[in-house]
Write a protein that binds this ligand. Structure first.
Ligand SMILES: O=C(O)C[C@@H](Cc1ccccc1)[C@H](O)SCc1ccccc1
Ligand SMILES: [Zn+2]
Length: 170
C-alpha cells in the first residue's frame, strides 16, 4: 500500500514524465497503485498521487471492482459534449464539488504489456479518465471550482493535518 498525498501538498502539482520502457519495475508500480486504489477505496488513482512523477493511471469503475484498467502515457485524442458530476478525490478527502467535463472521450495509451490501445469512454469512466489525466498534469478537481471554495477546502485540510500532527506528537 502506497501513501496518498493530500492537498495542498506541492508534490501534487508536479508534472508527470512519460514512461520510456514498460518493464517489470513499471508493472510492479501498477500493481502497487491498484492495491492502494482498492484499499482506499477508490475507482481511480494517478501515479502523481503516490508521489511518482510518471504518466501512469489505474482505474476500475466496474460494479464488482474486478476490472482493473491501466493507462500508460495516456492521451485524450477526442472529446465530445459536456456533463457535470459531483467529484471527490483521494487526495482531497471528504470534499465533493460539481465539475464540468467532456461527456465522451477517446483515449490512446499503452497497456501494462506496453501495447498501444485506444478506448472510447462515456459516463463515469470518461469522467474518471479526465480526472486522472488532470492529476498527471498537476491539476486537481478543486482547480475547476471557485478560488473561495478551494481556499475553504485548503484551510480545513491544513487544520485537520495540524490537529493530527499535534495529536500524534502528544
Ligand atoms: O483520483 C482519485 O483521487 C480517485 C477519484 C477518482 C474519481 C473522482 C471523481 C469522479 C470519478 C472518479 C475518486 O476519489 S475514487 C472515490 C470515488 C468512488 C466512487 C465514485 C466516485 C469517487
Ligand atoms: Zn483525484
Amino acid at each position: 500500500i502506497l501513501d496518498i498525498l493530500t492537498f495542498p501538498d506541492p508534490r501534487l502539482r508536479k508534472k508527470a514524465q512519460p514512461v520510456e520502457q514498460v518493464d517489470d519495475r513499471i508493472r510492479r508500480l501498477v500493481d502497487d497503485m491498484l492495491e492502494t486504489m482498492y484499499a482506499a477505496p477508490g475507482i481511480g488513482l494517478a501515479a502523481t498521487q503516490v508521489d511518482v512523477q510518471r504518466r501512469i493511471i489505474v482505474i476500475d469503475v466496474s460494479e464488482g471492482h474486478d476490472t482493473p484498467l491501466c493507462f500508460i502515457n495516456p492521451r485524450l485524442v477526442a472529446r465530445e459534449g459536456t456533463e457535470q458530476m459531483d467529484e471527490g478525490c483521494l487526495s482531497v478527502p471528504g470534499f465533493f464539488e460539481t465539475v464540468t467535463r467532456a461527456e465522451r472521450v477517446t483515449v490512446e495509451a499503452l497497456d501494462r504489456d506496453g501495447q498501444p490501445f485506444r478506448l472510447d469512454a462515456d459516463g463515469l469512466l470518461a469522467v474518471c479518465i479526465q480526472h486522472e489525466i488532470d492529476h498527471l498534469d498537476g491539476k486537481l478537481f478543486v482547480d475547476h471550482i471557485s478560488i473561495l471554495k478551494r481556499q475553504r477546502i485548503r484551510h480545513k485540510l491544513e487544520k485537520q493535518r495540524k490537529e493530527r500532527e499535534h495529536a500524534e506528537a502528544a
